[in-house]
Design a protein around this ligand. Structure first.
Ligand SMILES: Cc1ncc(COP(=O)(O)O)c(C=O)c1O
Length: 435
């Protein structure tokens, strides 16, 4: 890049897109072919971005390669599920071993109770746990058991929150959302939310939130907000559910362990399956006991692949052999350093931009902080995020279209310092436009 060439954001974006299209002819062709058999060539909305997404064909360590032969340091990190990177030997070995012993056993196997034990030991809120195939399914189960357990109907959620494909609360929410009676509140609004909980106390089954919004922009909840939720829900018999599908990676004991606020139930997913399809829900034994199949009043919980041997074995290997408390802390400290450096670069240049997050999950926002809740997505902010993504791809860094950055264990200072330098170059190139 030559620095401050464009005066207009639209022109800058059009030029970056032209360069992107020129550098990815094979991805473009693959996308065109995919469009003939899948709507928009896509089977997972979040991995689409215009004009077409790069096709990734290979990953190793913290790097990925696209169909056109470009190599990127991977800061998408499979939206946090790629914590172990692409080729962690302990996980590869575990999957091979499981494969060698047959993959559809149709019974309890050697792995699931071991993975459950490792998770129960790790996360303070987890006394008993059950597995699912996705985080979405885990949230569906947690919310549903909260309704049965309390005998109440309503679910309190955060505006801008995300808990899976049928729990999307940005903008006006999704017409595909599960048909529960939701009560929406503002993230980090202590008094407003307290009042709303009290107003709906008799009909609320649960309050569900991420202790840091992940997809909502890596916005941490204040301790005051979490403590108020704990106090008000306890006083009114409402279940507090933390969705830690993403945030459990932020400390050795999950984010709830780090902040010392213990929910009644929690949901998990992503990296805990070692990179394979995974979800889990669990928490207090007094609630989870209802799933004991030996009870006459047992709640049934189905799922053909809940204990599939590939996920279970990969999950066990990850927690028992790779993700020690030390490595978890190192990874999150690396993320904190990256965020601090990026914010310092922004501040030094006096730009309307900030980086939020905690530990190994970060999000760039094109506005001046602090950011307390998901900002409204304007045409301008979307254009800036798009430009950032295209410019970082051009510089060899794979990142999301929404400004989210996630770190993985194989990353070294080389990748994070390299990313920070590339980001500083981006800021210099567009400083005149960003003031
Ligand atoms: C906080 C949160 N909850 C739930 C989910 C859904 O998980 P899955 O994609 O495995 O269904 C996600 C996925 O991004 C998530 O970020």
């Amino acid at each position: 890049m030559t620095g401050q060439r464009n005066l207009d954001l639209g022109e800058a974006l059009a030029e970056a897109e032209r360069r992107f299209v020129g550098a990815h002819p094979m991805s473009s062709q693959r996308h065109d072919a995919a469009k003939r058999v899948m709507p928009g060539g896509n089977t997972r909305t979040v991995i689409y971005y215009p004009p077409f997404p790069v096709t990734i064909t290979r990953g190793e360590g913290c790097f990925v390669w696209d169909l056109d032969g470009n190599r990127y340091a991977d800061f998408v990190c499979e939206y946090s599920a790629g914590l172990y990177g692409h080729s962690e030997p302990a996980i590869v070995e575990a999957i091979k071993e499981a494969l060698g012993n047959g993959i559809v056993l149709g019974a309890p196997n050697r792995y699931e109770a071991e993975l459950a034990r490792l998770m129960v030991e790790r996360f303070p809120a987890l006394e008993l746990v059950r597995f699912t195939n996705s985080g979405t399914e885990a949230n569906l189960m947690a919310i549903s058991v909260a309704r049965v357990f309390t005998g109440r109907e309503k679910i309190m959620v955060m505006k801008g929150g995300y808990h899976g494909g049928v729990f999307m609360f940005s903008g006006n929410g999704s017409p595909l959302n599960a048909p529960f009676p939701f009560v929406l509140t503002d993230y980090n609004d202590v008094e407003g939310t307290r009042a709303l909980i009290r107003e709906h106390a008799k009909s609320l089954a649960c309050v569900i939130l991420e202790p840091m919004l992940g997809g909502g922009g890596c916005i941490p909840a204040s301790i005051d907000f979490l403590q108020m939720l704990r106090e008000e829900t306890r006083n009114t018999g409402i279940l507090l559910i933390f969705d830690e599908v993403m945030t459990s990676r932020l400390s050795p004991t999950g984010l709830h362990g780090a902040v010392g606020v213990i929910p009644d139930l929690m949901t998990l997913g992503k990296y805990l399956g070692g990179g394979l399809s995974f979800g889990a829900f669990g928490g207090a034994a007094r609630i989870m006991d209802r799933f004991d199949p030996a009870r006459p009043d047992a709640l049934a919980h189905a799922g053909t692949f809940n204990n599939n041997v590939l996920t279970m074995s990969a999950g066990v290997a990850g927690l028992s052999k790779v993700l020690t408390a030390e490595r978890s802390m190192e990874l999150n400290a690396r993320g904190d350093r990256l965020r601090t450096r990026m914010n310092a670069a922004i501040e030094k240049r006096g730009l309307a931009c900030c980086v939020t997050g905690r530990g190994s999950m970060l999000n760039v926002h094109f506005l001046r902080g602090p950011v307390q809740r998901p900002p409204e997505a304007t045409a301008r902010s979307k254009d800036w995020l798009k430009l950032l993504q295209l410019e970082m791809l051009a510089r060899g860094y794979y990142m999301t279209f929404r400004g989210m950055l996630v770190l993985s264990l194989p990353m070294t200072d080389g990748e994070t310092n390299g990313f920070a330098s590339a980001f500083e170059g981006f800021l210099d190139d567009y400083a005149a436009l960003l003031k």
